[in-house]
Ligand binder design. Sequence first.
Ligand code: ASP
Length: 439
Amino acid sequence: MKVVKFGGSSLANAEQFKKVGDIIRSDKARRYVIPSAPGKRFSDDTKVTDLLYRMEELAKEGEDFSEVLKEIRSRFDEIIEGLGMTGFSLDAQFEEIEKKMKEDPDPDYAASRGEHLNGRIMAAYLGYTFLDPFDMIFFDDEGTLDDRKTLREARKRLTKEQYAVIPGFYGRSHDGKVKTFSRGGSDVTGSIVAAACHADVYENWTDVSGFLVADPRIIKNPARIETITYRELRELSYMGASVLHEEAIFPVRRQGIPINIRNTNRPEDVGTWIVESTAQKTGYVITGIAGRKDFCAVLIYKDMMNSEIGFGRKVLQAFEDNQISFEHMPSGIDTMTIVVHADEFIEKEQRVVSAIHRLAKPDSIEIESDLALIAVVGRGMKSTRGTAGRIFSALAHAHVNVRMIDQGSSELNIIIGVENRDFETALQAIYDIFVLTQL
Ligand code: ASP
């Protein structure tokens, strides 16, 4: 049994809808379908979700929202007409949306309608049952997913239906209102449905043929990743590689259900498999490289720091008190470095510095900026000698100065800090030494 989720670009117009219909019909195991809202048809188009948010903002301000509503309506009508679905209409739903915007505008309700309406079209087009996630996905009073209730209720409803469409992105809040996940949240819905029905695989269809070893905006034609573990994916996505919503892996991961990322425009491609564990070799020692610019490093010096109990806690307290999360914490005998995101830190830097002085009484503090971090991730590194050596000699040959090194104890990744301006050169050098020379 397969659960299939289709992203916004896969459902942006009737032509894309037809491709999706063909994919679903070509495999009887594809029983539960999770659609996103219609996305962009061309690069500077607007996603329906963004139109819905705009409509709600106007409604809330008491302004005329009829033009935006018309634009939204035309996006759906274009799909219905293009699919030749005579006799099918969303009149009743649009009346209800208009009424709600006039009486009690709410951003979550508005945004959720993109998936809801697309789900209604999809169910009618395929001849599948429409199941509303409002009755299947529940959030608790803190706004987080209520796992137990959700799995129980979803399972109850799914077992009654052999084939069903369940719109992505939303569920029900503890006080009975529509509530959405954060942007891109249909990925999470797909994962929940897959977990609830104990699917064999969760297929996530998008507009790329899986994950790439490196960012194609920086590296030309990077190789594709065939198989990646959940943990490797976490490391890469936290460093900026994004295809899947970051919360989407948890529901399926708990049950050992693999995710297969596929391309709606190239259904013949096998895509990328995301799995719990695998004996498959990556072919290149490393699985992926990702990175981000604009970090700051706060260097704290204090003689005899190593023997002072509680020093680290006091330093971290200064960051916590200022609501700043830290990324890395390499340390030496009398130094400790805290790496933070520049955009979170810069405004508050002087407050943090004085808090560290007050709490931890260091000898001195230095701040360095314009730092980029690169994560080289690979399950194969653990059992291969010389990986770090290769990385650093590649960087030296490319004239990149390494400012920081941090290897996680899992040996799944090596984090390298370089100057912002060396970022692209460094990524290219690492990619070349591991991938290009192996091809
Ligand atoms: N339509 C929503 C968004 O654009 C959710 C999704 O596509 O997953 O964020």
